[in-house]
Write a protein that binds this ligand. Structure first.
Ligand SMILES: *[C@@H]1O[C@H](CO)[C@@H](O)[C@H](O)[C@H]1NC(C)=O
Ligand SMILES: *[C@@H]1O[C@H](CO)[C@@H](O)[C@H](O)[C@H]1NC(C)=O
Length: 312
């Protein structure tokens, strides 16, 4: 009797703990009552918040080296789960010496991949978090890297503790990486289950050309909005099909409602510098002339054209 009583007490406190944990996580979202305008703390008071809009007037050409993606071509096991805010693909720490990482490209440190997740909406006019000339892509994937030698928790306290690489998704031919995740994405429609996928290669979600990117200092785009992120947003999108986008669009939130949109609106620049590394930078320099404004204008036109003229 007494044992059973004690067991009940344990069970109840466990349930309370679990409920608190889930509620804490479920306390923010993307609806009117819990959306970005209601997120607390630095999300409202910060000065280097993300995402932002990349527009010609605020961009400066950079002299960065190439950003190197190491071990991104490797295949390994990942865990796919729906945390009620997005679908997260994690487990890269378990790859040991094969854990993907990035370096150079203007980064002062080496940053190791810990997870990636996606942002989307139900239409093609919105979805990505960053925008180019005010225009959204239909979705955006964020590869989250932690500064070498730090944990996720300690890195989130440093002004350059986290390096996120953003990749835009655009409508076109199927993406091999999303195809590999298809069954898992169908398994995690509701919050909770974790599905393992073997043989996943993160490189499948990078565009062929990773040389051209935007760079700025910002934050996490979800609460606590820590101002700890060096952002790299690749200019070239990867293509996905409408069916592949629908795998994200069908996911549900903590209340088993549709997670219809999960992008935060763009935030004020507050005087921050955005730099742009064009992919033809090396070639231009080889020819002995500095990269020109004309180069960046044509890059912008190409980007905007790619948003509006997807290979359908
Ligand atoms: C996936 O999750 C399981 C259970 O939490 C864990 O044991 C396993 O190591 C994880 N695998 C990866 C690749 O992270
Ligand atoms: C992060 O910084 C806060 C405030 O300075 C501090 O209270 C907290 O312990 C730090 N967390 C870690 C993991 O270092």
């Amino acid at each position: 009797m007494e044992i059973r009583m004690r067991y009940m007490v344990h069970l109840i406190s466990l349930l309370v703990a679990l409920t608190t944990a889930v509620m804490a996580d479920a306390s923010w979202g993307y609806n009117a009552d819990n959306g970005p305008a209601t997120w607390p703390g630095v999300c409202q008071t910060g000065f280097r918040q993300s995402p932002i809009d990349f527009n010609l007037g605020s961009v400066e050409i950079s002299h960065y080296n190439k950003l190197h993606f190491v071990h991104y071509h490797n295949a390994g096991s990942v865990n796919v789960t729906n945390n009620g805010h997005s679908v997260t693909v994690s487990g890269f720490e378990t790859w040991g010496p094969n854990q993907p990482y990035i370096y150079s490209g203007g980064l002062a440190h080496k940053y190791k991949l810990v997870q990636f997740h996606a942002h989307w909406s139900q239409d093609y006019l919105t979805g990505s978090e960053h925008t180019v000339g005010g225009l959204h892509y239909p979705a955006e994937v964020h590869f989250v890297h932690i500064r070498d030698g730090y944990t996720v928790a300690t890195a989130a306290n440093l002004s350059d503790g986290i390096a996120v690489v953003g990749v835009f998704l655009n409508l076109g031919t199927p993406n091999v990486g999303i195809s590999m995740l298809k069954a898992a994405l169908s398994d995690v429609v509701s919050v909770g289950p974790v599905t393992k996928v073997d043989g996943f290669r993160p490189k499948t979600l990078l565009p062929q050309n990773t040389e051209s990117f935007y760079r700025y200092e910002g934050s996490l785009t979800t609460p606590g909005c820590n101002e700890a992120v060096i952002w790299t947003v690749l200019t070239d999108p990867v293509t996905v099909t409408e069916d592949q986008l629908n795998l994200f669009r069908n996911l549900k939130d903590h209340h088993d409602n549709m997670l219809a949109t999960n992008y935060r609106p763009t935030q004020p620049l507050n005087g921050r510098q955005i730099t742009f590394r064009p992919s033809n930078f090396d070639r231009i320099e080889l020819c002995g002339s500095a990269p020109t404004l004309r180069g960046s204008i044509s890059a912008f036109i190409a980007t905007i054209a790619s948003i509006w003229l997807p290979n359908m």
